[in-house]
Write a protein that binds this ligand. Sequence first.
Ligand code: ARG
Length: 469
Amino acid sequence: MADQPLWHGRFESNPADSLMKFTQSLSFDQKLWRDDITGSIAHVKGLVHSQIISKIEGEKIVTALETVANEFANDKFVFVASDEDIHTAIERRVTQIAGDTGAKLHTGRSRNDQVATALRLWCKRELANIAKLTLELCEVLNKRAGESGWGSDGVYLPGYTHMQRAQPVLLAHHFAAHTWAMLRDVDRLTQTIERLDVSPLGAGALAGSSLPLDADFVAKELGFARRFNNSMDAVSDRDFVAEALFDLTLIGVHLSRLGEEWVLWTTQEFGFAVLDDAYSTGSSMLPQKKNADIAELARAKSGRLIGNLTGLLATLKGLPLAYNRDLQEDKEPLFDSVNQVGLALQALAGMISTATFNTQTMKSAADSELLGATDLAEWLVARGMPFREAHAHVGALVSKSIRDSVKLSQLVTADEKLGADAASLLQPGVGISRRSTQGGGGPIPGAAQAIELSAAITVMRARVATLVN
Ligand code: ARG
């Protein structure tokens, strides 16, 4: 018996070795043990509730399931060769423990609704944890923003477009830009969790059952917000996995952007930031090296995250209703993406919270007079000159300054349209102090943004708290 799969009934010979090796999912779906048992306990309670099995039988099966849960929790569960996935392994063991009564566990249920139930339970918990970790990184960034200062004495650095120095911005503003993006990631995860909060249990193989199952009852038992509306959709819907993978991929893409900046910031060429030793790596050959491997891997991991997402979408494409074995391929990309994003978020949070900043280097880079060119053009606009004309006028001075190696401020002072007042805009820290647009990169709007960002984090923290239990 032990070397035959649970579905052996209509077969005359045992499955080929190569079939078992190729079709098994036990090697990767073991991590669903807790959720499979949770789903099974609810199912058994449902069978009792609908009087399909007796109360005593129900208790016996639940006790066996709890024994199995203990075996897993203590690393004592023993798999046998015919266990093709975690679901069949657990049912086999329950039947071993509870005998004929245990054999009633799968009444009115298919692995198709069973696996979908377990995976949704797993997603609810694990995505909530990723939301929490993402929020923690947001909090680190917000803290570093606050430390670097939102006010007129705040640290500033060049803001870049096309990776060319563009205009000075507060370091806090730069951190906040990443934080807002990641708050959207947290928001997206909470919405994904809300959408996937549906119980597929009772859908059976694809059409439900002739037994008087109560899908609402088991949905409630499992803490799902609602039950499925359509049994075929319930067993074949993996939208929630695709959506989870998208959310995770976008977090990965955001982390890759952050990672790339930190790779640059910690180079000798930039010299904006220094990593704590605990978050840096060395070279096996070059004794002087201190590398930003966390930042590099944060940049790199987005590649496999995108691969996991597109891989699953390709698997789902063209699948006819209802369940197909193809759907078993949903798990590895999902588990991998959750794992990698979780690791990246924690490593980056540690790296960023312990790094030190060369604030003088940042400021000096931003104090280049050329970064005030826009302020000069806007100064002319404020005095009535059409912007395009002002742009051309200042552009010509910039060109002359570079060509003749003359300081821009010197040319501005001598210029009949600009003069000494305008030249004072090019002094360190003046340009940034004049930036006034709401949400802009200077200290005037910075005060409001600091409040808005902290408030947004507080709102998300409350939402995530309702998900993590
Ligand atoms: N291991 C399978 C999965 O992950 C379980 C479902 C198998 N169902 C079936 N009807 N063969 O999807």
